[in-house]
Design a protein around this ligand. Sequence first.
Ligand SMILES: NC(=O)c1ccc[n+]([C@@H]2O[C@H](COP(=O)([O-])OP(=O)(O)OC[C@H]3O[C@@H](n4cnc5c(N)ncnc54)[C@H](O)[C@@H]3O)[C@@H](O)[C@H]2O)c1
Length: 247
Amino acid sequence: MTLHNKVAVVTGGASGIGEAVTRIFVERGARVVVVDLQQEAGDTLVADLGDAVAFLRGDVSDRAVADRAVATAVERFGALDILVNNASASRVRPFTEQTDDDWKLALDTGLFATRNFMLAAYPELRKARGAVVNFASGAGIDGQPNQASYAAGKEAIRGLSRVVANEWAADQIRVNVVSPMAKTAGVAAWAEANPEQYALSAAKVPLGRFGDPREDVAPVIAFLASDDARYITGQTLMADGGAIKLR
Ligand SMILES: NC(=O)c1ccc[n+]([C@@H]2O[C@H](COP(=O)([O-])OP(=O)(O)OC[C@H]3O[C@@H](n4cnc5c(N)ncnc54)[C@H](O)[C@@H]3O)[C@@H](O)[C@H]2O)c1
């Protein structure tokens, strides 16, 4: 499937799953505005991928950053066809110990950033009959302990996505959600520090492993963003080795 001549904004696109998305998008012919906090990782991407990537250092919690990302897409690449709301940050501890600041971090970088980027992108997405890919988590769908603020934000993103998929269908804008399971650098470090826990978690995945961000997860996002998925909207697609089966 091709993303030839498409222009995308990928939040959190400088490392982890977001970096894999940026790279596969460029390989498939897209140009990408990467929004991330990590300047060095952004510079590396630009050095590797050249003019196909514009890096914008910014915090997705800040609404002005969403506006700047859309303006950058239009100024540098002439349009905006695809929005990938991948960035997210959160803290892991029991519900009774989660602070207001923990909730603020999870919701500001997850739910509200997703809302702000969708609002900022809407005028361009409408012109392009574009696509949005938002991010959920098995932590929300399954209710994993110690992840209350993150899980609540992720499930709110699924509800928001279904509503907006219905509202924007009239504009032929598709809004879908991916729920990944990937061995990013962070997960790999955790696996190395907790090999038994990691083995237990991996054993629960029917396909027997955590996904590779580039080989297993990014292609699913590329598919949802592409015209091959033109008749799919309002869905959550699990890219998790079969760990959770949505009905
Ligand atoms: N890795 C998994 O197994 C897994 C499982 C379920 C859901 N997810 C979801 O997939 C997405 C990507 O996950 P990941 O594991 O690659 O995450 P990650 O933590 O490895 O990478 C997140 C990226 O977002 C950036 N970022 C964080 N806060 C930001 C902010 N405020 N402003 C701008 N950029 C910011 C980081 O710098 C980083 O580049 C997230 O939405 C996550 O919740 C991942």
